[in-house]
Design a binder for this molecule. Structure first.
Ligand code: KMT
Ligand code: NI
Length: 174
């Protein structure tokens, strides 16, 4: 895992877009994001799922040969959105980028590779993309009856209950 400010330079979303300005892991925890590195260690993943009462999971292989309409899907994942539930992503193979909004509404890019596990709080605005290898195999863990629906950022999401709760929690943590 490595986190840095997104460079906002136009071009393919799958390029690194590395501004060269690194973000310390502590800054990610200030946003409510947790990270672990568990290569080849499903026991640790299961332990986290158990502790946090996760009931659902699936595996997704995001690549041109395994995901129908790959190019379209990759663009959809990159639409800024939030979820009404916390989500865990565990990278099984390949790599990819999660971009999350920081407190100043800037994009922070988080590079994830095999073994990386990330916990994202409900209500955080984010987006995802594969990298230039066009291959991410990930386990997606969901808490409850899945509220997996991505809610695309727009006027309504700013007033979303889970969004407001996230902001209150994030800003109280200081
Ligand atoms: C998300 O929440 O944006 C995703 O699940 C993206 C695909 S999983 C690596
Ligand atoms: Ni999402």
């Amino acid at each position: 895992m490595r986190a840095y400010y997104y460079d906002n330079v136009p071009g393919d979303q799958r390029l690194p877009h590395d501004s060269g300005r690194t973000i310390a892991p502590a800054a990610l925890s200030d946003l409510g994001i947790k990270h672990h590195h568990f290569p080849d260690d499903l026991d640790s993943v299961n332990a986290i799922a158990r502790e946090r009462s996760y009931k659902n999971r699936d595996e997704i292989e995001i690549s041109p040969s395994t995901l129908p309409n790959y190019e379209e899907k990759v663009k959809t994942f990159f639409d800024e959105h939030l979820h009404e539930d916390e989500e865990i992503r565990y990278i099984l193979a390949g790599g990819g980028y999660f971009d999350v909004r920081n407190k100043g509404d800037e994009w922070v890019r988080i590079r994830l590779e095999r073994g990386d596990l990330m916990i994202m709080p409900a209500g955080i605005y984010h987006r995802f993309t594969t990298d230039e290898q066009n291959y991410t195999k990930a386990m997606r863990l969901f808490k409850e009856d899945p509220k997996w629906t991505p809610l695309k950022r727009g006027g309504e999401t700013d007033g979303n209950h889970f969004r407001k709760e996230y902001l209150t929690g994030r800003d109280a943590a200081l």
